[in-house]
Design a protein. Structure first.
Length: 262
């Protein structure tokens, strides 16, 4: 019989649900993060998601949650327990991960960054740089000995585009997409160019600085991207060679395997 695992990645913008049958992801569902929802409302959300995917709740025997939104803890775990009758593993600084967290204060690291590091070490060769292009843009470096050293954090492209709209009198809202050319011939195309090419430059420059600091060439390090804007930005990078949108869900599955028998 397959082990059926529910994984939940709670981010600042979205909550991603995934169901694994052994190591195979058979279902993925993305909803907006809503701090106002009660545990009962999240029960209804989970019910709808599983029913739409033809998954019986009785099939799910395990669950794990990773969150960077403290205000949704314990709301979401409570909903899991209420709906599925399963006590989920909650990923925090005390959870076994198989990597060594070398941050000065380990509990300060967002659990999403550690989850991604666990997954990257399992799926790709080390050392590795992970660029997560989401609400914020995070850069993480993991050594060949599976040591998480830390990295850098920058504001995300969505935050920056919203700031252009809300903090200026005349600049409009616009779709974030690859501009046809760098020199925009309209306000919207100029904003698209500034944001997209600006963030490509930011990402490549920080990667260069990390490589210099670690005395590595780009050929000695796996450089990968994940996150909502990874396809838009990373494809234009001089350094990123892998885009993996599922790295966080895979990381939750791996951490569950490490911890479920404790």
């Amino acid at each position: 019989m397959n082990n059926i695992l529910l994984v939940i990645d709670i981010g600042n913008t979205n909550i991603v649900l995934g169901v694994f049958k052994d190591k195979d992801l058979v279902f993925e569902w993305r909803i907006s993060t809503d701090l106002r929802k009660t545990s009962d409302e999240y029960v209804l959300t989970f019910k709808q998601a599983l029913e739409c995917s033809n998954i019986e709740k009785s099939e799910i025997t395990e669950a794990i949650v990773g969150s960077v939104v403290p205000n949704l803890m314990p709301t979401v775990p409570k909903a899991i327990k209420k709906y599925l009758g399963v006590d989920p593993i909650i990923v925090d600084e005390n959870t076994k991960t198989g990597i060594s967290n070398k941050y000065a204060s380990p509990k300060e690291v967002g659990v999403d960054r550690i989850i991604n590091a666990v997954s990257a070490c399992e799926k790709y060769s080390t050392p590795i740089i992970i660029v997560d292009i989401g609400t914020a843009i995070t850069f993480d470096y993991i050594t060949e000995n599976r040591e998480y050293l830390g990295g850098a954090i920058a504001p995300g492209i969505g935050i920056s585009s919203e700031a252009l709209f809300t903090k200026t009198a005349k600049l409009p809202k616009f779709e974030i997409e690859m501009p046809k050319k760098v020199i925009g011939d309209s306000t919207v195309s100029s904003m698209q160019s500034g944001l997209v090419y600006g963030f490509i430059g930011l990402i490549d420059n920080i990667i260069e600085k990390i490589l210099e600091e670690m005395h590595k060439t780009k050929d000695e390090v796996t450089i990968m991207a994940t996150g909502g804007f990874s396809y838009l930005i990373a494809k234009q990078s001089k350094y990123i060679t892998i885009i993996d949108k599922l790295i966080t869900l895979d990381g939750l599955r791996i951490i569950n395997e490490i911890n479920k028998n404790d």
